[in-house]
Design a protein around this ligand. Structure first.
Ligand SMILES: [Fe+2]
Ligand SMILES: [Fe+2]
Length: 371
């Protein structure tokens, strides 16, 4: 890809990227991609070593090179997830169960693209040549080639069950990340988050109502839906990062990334290296509440949905690459083959696809969107 001089050059690359992933611009009709900034959470730094000072308005206000490098990193990682998700969802455009669902999908995709656009706007306008380079690289990686930066954004999204589970639980991780960045000491980042969070709310709505409509229709076996929950929630747990994280501690001390409940937290964090773990625990609790509400639509006597144990199928953190069953039982004594057999039983696979195929071809496997 060619070098870019400024944001206009980057826009050309963005429109090429859209075509390359199969997202024809005509799909969003006259929607105009744009960067939006609001006031953020206020003018002053709210926590960490620089608390009480003015937020950093530009990169040179950020005191050290270490801090500037970390900030760049934080922003392009966020941007990478935004473009990755559209690449994951690109195959679904022609398989939506109804026109309503297709419109929801297209809206989610264009808003994720706008989030990526926003992060590139921050990179290009604040980070000089390194910002331009990273903004360009954000359009060069591809989820379906496995080159997105976080594993979650390289996983296959094959059908609309994937889509609604993803928007319910992976976009929920997005809500956590954006909320934590909303309090950022770097003003352009903090000021980007309000509009993004508003859009994110629609993604969560699409996911949760989508799952609820699947449960209400009663056509997709609950046991299979459970496998999709196992797939995406375990992925969502990973997205919070390592349990012990010196990077999270630094981000907090530098004011770049707050806690999810920073706005209402009454006490200072007890252990800065445990911030990822704390956020993950809040996320898990919220997931459980959503699953509880889905279960209210499952008739008595039928199996209920549940969140997979937080130790299950983890690639990041204290439980990475250790063997635990979906219920959290220590499976380290199992042989590799036995463990793989357990995974095949509890994660969606070819057998499930076979069962789902005729169901997903019918028109009523998700209940109508108005009830
Ligand atoms: Fe997003
Ligand atoms: Fe989203």
């Amino acid at each position: 890809m060619e070098k870019i001089a400024g944001f206009d050059d980057w826009k050309d690359l963005f429109y090429k990227w859209q075509r390359d992933i199969g997202f024809e611009p005509a799909l969003v009709k006259d929607y105009k991609f744009d960067a939006f900034y609001d006031e953020g959470t206020g003018p002053d730094i709210e926590f960490g070593d620089y608390k009480g000072r003015r937020k950093f308005a530009k990169l040179l206000d950020v005191p050290t090179q270490d801090m500037r490098d970390a900030l760049l990193h934080l922003i392009f990682y966020q941007g990478d997830t935004e473009f990755g998700s559209s690449e994951q969802q690109r195959k679904l455009i022609d398989t939506a169960p109804s026109d309503y669902d297709r419109q929801c999908l297209l809206r989610v995709m264009r808003e994720e693209q706008r989030h990526g656009w926003q992060m590139c706007h921050v990179l290009i306008n604040n980070f000089g040549d390194s910002g331009k380079l990273e903004a360009r690289k954000l359009l060069e990686r591809r989820a379906y080639e496995g080159t997105r930066l976080l594993g979650a954004f390289n996983k296959p999204v094959e059908n609309f069950i994937d889509f609604v589970t993803y928007t319910c639980f992976i976009d929920r991780d997005g809500k956590y990340q954006l909320t934590m960045l909303h309090h950022s000491s770097f003003a352009p980042l903090s000021r980007s988050m309000g509009p993004m969070l508003k859009e994110e709310a629609f993604h969560l709505f699409t996911g949760q109502t989508g799952l609820s409509r699947i449960v209400k229709a009663g056509k997709v076996p609950v046991e299979i839906l459970q496998k999709y929950l196992n797939k995406w929630l375990s992925t969502g747990y990973d997205l919070f990062g390592k349990d012990h994280s010196s990077a999270a501690a630094r981000f907090y001390r530098w004011g770049f990334k707050g806690r999810f409940d920073e706005a209402i937290a009454k006490e200072l964090p007890k252990d800065l290296e445990r911030l990822n773990e704390e956020a993950r625990n809040l996320y898990y609790k919220e997931d459980c509440e959503i699953i509880e509400s889905l279960n209210r639509s499952i008739p008595e006597g039928k199996p209920k949905l549940r969140a997979p144990d937080m130790k299950f199928n983890r690639q990041i953190g204290d439980y990475a690459d250790k063997r635990y069953t979906v219920d959290g039982l220590d499976a380290n004594a199992l042989t590799e083959a036995e463990y793989q057999a357990h995974l095949a039983q509890v994660l969606p696979g070819p057998e499930d696809q076979k069962i789902l195929e005729p169901i997903l071809k019918t028109s009523n496997w998700m209940s109508s969107s108005n009830n």
